[in-house]
Write a protein that binds this ligand. Sequence first.
Ligand code: TMP
Ligand code: ASP
Length: 245
Amino acid sequence: MSVTSKLYEGKAKILYTTDVPEILLADFKDDATAFNAQKRGSISNKGAINCSISSKIFQQLEQKGIITHYVDNPKPNQMRVKAVKIFPLEVVVRNIAAGSLCKQTGLGLGTVLKQPLVEFYYKNDELGDPLLTPERLLLLELATQEQVEQIIHLTLRINEFLKDFFRKCSIILVDFKLEFGLDSQQQIVLADEISPDTCRLWDTATNDPKNRVLDKDRFRQDLGNVENAYQEVLERVLKTLETDV
Ligand code: TMP
Ligand code: ASP
């Protein structure tokens, strides 16, 4: 299979069409952005680390019966994926209060939520990815009511799997962001990536608010040792898969 042309370049990935219809190649970049690309930088080896972590997690989710866009992982920083039409939604799940939830509600950092909170944000850089109400989501016809219900159901199943999986890696899954698409049969498919770029991951070994951070908050907040943290997550994921799952 060979690449034919560049289809789309996002902040963290480039998507290429291939000579196989319905299969795209995602090339994960080392570029890092935060705060709607107001902060820019690079994290060495991030593309390969995030692609490897995402590939392993997608394979695990497929085994649990969750349909993903994952096809295979031909190079460390490349994933072949099924072409899907992405819903312009960022689906965020929170188990513990952090980030914008604390900023916008006053909840203290680290507050354990009684049940997972699922939120929809409008994936629109020009508007700054605003939080949507369910009514606004339907008003804008970003998905149908039935699709929203299916997405929430899938998201909660994915959260249960991921919380348990990361617990085995001695990592607390604080929150994360998912994206979904529709395949050619109009099935809802988990897409994008699941990585330290898109999750908040805290090391269970320490309560120190800086040292525990194993995710992109190290970059957002200039905490240093960003690559080491991403590498640590990959190593724990691989070790857990070898010994446990
Ligand atoms: P937030 O607290 O900034 O709203 O982020 C919630 C989760 O979503 C966190 O795990 C980081 C992830 N996220 C992304 O993957 N992409 C984004 O653009 C943003 C803002 C957050
Ligand atoms: N990825 C997002 C951006 O650069 C924001 C973030 O992850 O904080 O815009």
